[in-house]
Design a protein around this ligand. Structure first.
Ligand code: ZN
Length: 200
């Protein structure tokens, strides 16, 4: 998730309390927030005609992420929630942009609070895997692996809690430029992994 500004006041606040995460919405009143709309996802979906047609109707909110204002130091843990709306562009399910960590040798853990989705992982060497997520399940993202959440539910949000080394940083550019090797599309009403024809 994106970097968050850290104020001493915010950190004092975190140290002085427990933090609530709504199990239904993932929201917490103590979180910084970011939003990604459809217009910010141009070029990431395989069916660009379907994408443009959808965008002409409405610039839909695809996902939000909420992170705690912890210092971006190697000894700290950044954590928060990701809330991915249901939807499809053509036959491709809504997903988060996906990213490598700038410090590639850092992992992350995701825990599913709500919904039904997948975590798509791939590393620069071409290894990949897709892990199904339902409430109560965790996925470990090993170091060197890009990670993208995908919501395969027709109507429900996918809500996940995440934690990673706070100074890991986010490399979105590699995915924006090359795309993901594998995509998750709907085939006969069920998710199916296909090769990305536009992967470069
Ligand atoms: Zn990450």
């Amino acid at each position: 998730m994106a970097g968050f500004n850290v104020s001493d006041k915010a950190l004092d606040f975190l140290l002085g309390c427990t933090i609530d995460f709504d199990l239904d919405t993932g929201l917490s009143s103590k979180l910084d927030t970011g939003k990604r709309y459809l217009s910010q996802m141009r070029g990431l979906y395989r069916d660009s005609a379907a994408f443009e047609a959808m965008l002409r109707k409405e610039d839909t909110l695809v996902y939000e992420f909420h992170g705690m204002p912890v210092p971006e130091d190697p000894g700290d843990l950044a954590f928060g929630c990701s809330i991915l709306n249901p939807g499809k562009v053509g036959d491709e399910y809504f997903f988060t942009k996906g990213h490598f960590h700038t410090i590639l040798e850092t992992g992350e853990v995701y825990y599913c609070l709500k919904g039904h989705g997948y975590m798509m992982l791939e590393n620069p060497e071409g290894e990949w895997s897709a892990h199904e997520l339902t409430p109560g399940q965790a996925v470990y993202v090993p170091k060197r692996f890009a990670h993208r959440s995908i919501n395969v539910s027709p109507a429900e949000q996918l809500v996940t809690f995440f934690a990673f080394r706070a100074d890991a940083g986010h490399d979105y550019g590699s995915i924006e430029t090359r795309g993901y090797r594998k995509l998750l599309v709907e085939r006969d009403g069920a998710p199916a992994v296909i090769d990305n024809p536009n992967w470069a």
